[in-house]
Write a protein that binds this ligand. Sequence first.
Ligand SMILES: O=C(O)COP(=O)(O)O
Ligand SMILES: [Mg+2]
Length: 227
Amino acid sequence: MAPLRRPQMVLCDLDGTLVDSVPDLTYCVDTMLERLGRGPRGEAAVRTWVGNGLERLVRRALVGALEGEPEASEFDRAYPIFLELYAEHTFERATLYPGVREGLDFLKAAGYPLGLVTNKAARFTGPLLRHLGLYEDFGIVISGDTLVACKPDPLPLLHAARHFGVDPTASLMIGDSVSDVRAARAAKFGIICTSYGYNHGLDIRDSAPDAVIDSLSELAGMLAAAR
Ligand SMILES: O=C(O)COP(=O)(O)O
Ligand SMILES: [Mg+2]
């Protein structure tokens, strides 16, 4: 792997990077399906469908696959049910991954401006971050519906770089999926990925991020070695 550039700013993805949100998402997907008179999909399937926003998750759950479109009428019935359920169960089962608190504390102590860029809708991002005690860690929070485009579009990353007055080429994204890698590459950010996140069932190494970590606690050593 190429040596990492020392960043002047760091952005974190949310689901699959900081937080395991799949247990709540699975509960809401399966309860939605039950209300529609259909059987559950289960956590293993839902884990492969997270990362492109909640609307896409519901479409995937309805067709039972990563690609494909449900009937418009079916989606129109299902989506409001899901949104109502997720509003009530945003963080009942959500947990921080091991090493996240340590990694964020290191980044803050080292003085990196920190931002959060997720494809989750803003009405859920804020409550989830607050519940987990993460909200105050970030100088900017950009959700999937904050701007006109979301990851893999580079727009949210470039918006954050502008917000902090940092050159994108001196910026680092930490994520878990191919959308994070694509957005980072298009924005000319560096990109480190977690090995434990959600990447549609594929190994994130196939997307060739600059580095792969098993825990955010590895960031201290990795950034100390960066030039
Ligand atoms: O797809 C989502 O809802 C959120 O995914 P992200 O936090 O990994 O961007
Ligand atoms: Mg993610």
